[in-house]
Design a protein around this ligand. Sequence first.
Ligand SMILES: [Zn+2]
Ligand SMILES: [Zn+2]
Length: 420
Amino acid sequence: MSFIADLHLHGRFSRGCSTALTIQNLEKWGRIKGLGLLGSGDFTHPQWFEELKTELVREQDGIYYTSTDYPFMLQTEISLIYSADGKGRRIHNVVLAPSLDVVEQITEALLKRGRVDYDGRPIFKLPGPDFVEMLRQISTDIEVIPAHVWTPHFSLFGDYNQYNKVEDCFKDQTKHINALETGMSSDPAMNWRLSQLDDYQLVSFSDSHSFWPWRIGREATVFETKLTYQDVLKAIRTRQGLKETIEVDPNYGKYHFDGHRNCNVCLSPAESLKNNNRCPVCGKPLTIGVEHRIEQLADRELGFKPKNAVPYRTIIPLSEIISTLSGKGIATKGVWQTYNKLISAFKNENNILLSTSKEELIKTVDEKLAELIIKNREGKIKVKPGYDGVYGVPLIGKTKPVEPVASTSPDYQKGLNQFL
Ligand SMILES: [Zn+2]
Ligand SMILES: [Zn+2]
C-alpha cells in the first residue's frame, strides 16, 4: 500500500508549540491533509508520554492506533549541544522507536544525563556518535535521522557547525546513519549536487510546531510498503519502499537565502560573498542560509540526478494558495470557507493538491483557483526566498499575503474555532 507520512512532529509540550497540539487534533488534521501515518512527537516528555499511552489504544506491528484507528509511529526530536574537535556543536535528530517499552528505556538512559520534562525536544550534552551508540545499545531498531540538515543554527551541515561530511559529526557511528531530513529550505535536487550524499535516503517531514493545517504535512515522505514499523524502517534504511517525497519550494523555507531578519536584508550567496558575508545594514555577520552552504559543499552542477534517486514533488500548502490568490489572511474566515468546501468535496488536501482534475475542481471553486492548484501541482509557482527565520512568500496575484497571526492572539483562537 501507498501512504503519505509525516514523521517529524511535536506535541503541545514542546517550546513554541501550539497548546492545540493534542493527539486528537493531530489525527484530525492528519486525516484532513490526507496523511496516512504521523509521528507521535516528543515521546520523552513525561506528560506527553502518558497521553500517548492513553490515546494510542492499540498496537500492531510497531504502529500505534487511536481509538478511531488512526496510525502513529513513536517519534521524537532530540537536541545535542556539545563540543567536539575544539568547537561548539549543535545538532537536532529525529528518533524513531519500535515500541513504548523501547521508548521507556530511551527516556531512562537520557535521564541519567539530564532532564526531559522542561521541553518536548530536550537538550543533552552528548556528542552525536555517543548518542547513536547509546540508542543502539537499547535497540538496533531505533533509527536516528539527522534533522533539517542544512539549517544554520542546529543542524549537521549548517553554518554553525561547519561540518562538511556526515563522518565529521558521527565518526565511527556514521554507518548507522541511513537517512537525512532535507528540511524545508532545501529539496532533493539541491542535495543531489553532493556526491557524498548519494547513499543516504533523503526524507522530508514537516517539523511542525503549530496546529495550523498548512504546517502539518507541508513536507512529507510517501512510502509504498506495508504499514508496519519494520517496513517503514526498511524503506528508510534501504530505499526499498520509499516512493517519493513531497517538498515545498526550497525558497519557501525560513533559511533558504542569507540575511538579517531585523535589518530586512535578504541576499543570495553570491551577493553575500560580495559583502564578505556581512550585513550591508548593520555590518555584523549574516545568517548564512541553506543555499549558501550547499554551494560551498557541492561537487556537481544543479540539474545532476544520481542513479536510483527517489523522485519528489514540489507543492505549496493549499491554504497558502487560497490566501495569496484572494489577498485575504491565511487564518481568515473566507480562506477557511473555501478550504472547507474543497475538503468536503474531495475528502482531503493531498487529493486536491496531487490528483483532482481541473474539471472536477471547477465544480466546487472558480476557475482561477482551479488553475492555480494545477499550476502548483506542476511546481510552477514562484516563491520569494525566505531568510534568517522569515518564510518565503509565494508570488501569486498582486496582493501581498498576510502573515499568520501569533498563537497568543485572540484571532488565533477564532481561527481555530472555525474548525473545532
Ligand atoms: Zn529541529
Ligand atoms: Zn544586519
